[in-house]
Design a protein around this ligand. Structure first.
Ligand SMILES: [Zn+2]
Length: 98
């Protein structure tokens, strides 16, 4: 809902009105009304709600993890038996450090 809000302000006393006025209702000055644009920052983000359903711990554990051997016994041991499909494993090392 993009609403270009304009407010009419009295240059004499600062009285704000939603309607244009020839004579300020607050200070009774004539021709002090000027238009001022308001940028509405009322973005309603309450519409997007993330609904997550709770999962029993037993159900989570049921999932079998298939580990793929890397071919390196040492690396497999570090990874806990091998690479897990769908997981990302960063293998790195600084040259010179052994
Ligand atoms: Zn005024």
């Amino acid at each position: 809902m993009a609403k270009a809000n304009t407010v009419f302000v009295c240059s004499n006393c600062g009285n704000e009105s939603s309607k244009w006025f020839g004579r300020c209702p607050a200070c009774n000055e004539w021709n002090t009304c000027y238009e001022e644009k308001l940028t509405s920052k009322t973005n309603s983000k309450s519409g997007t709600k993330k609904v997550s359903t709770p999962v029993k711990l037993n159900d989570v554990k049921k999932q079998d993890i298939i580990r793929t051997s890397t071919g390196f016994e040492e690396l497999d041991r570090v990874l806990g038996g091998g690479l897990v499909k769908g997981s990302l494993t960063l293998v790195g090392g600084e040259p010179g450090i052994r």
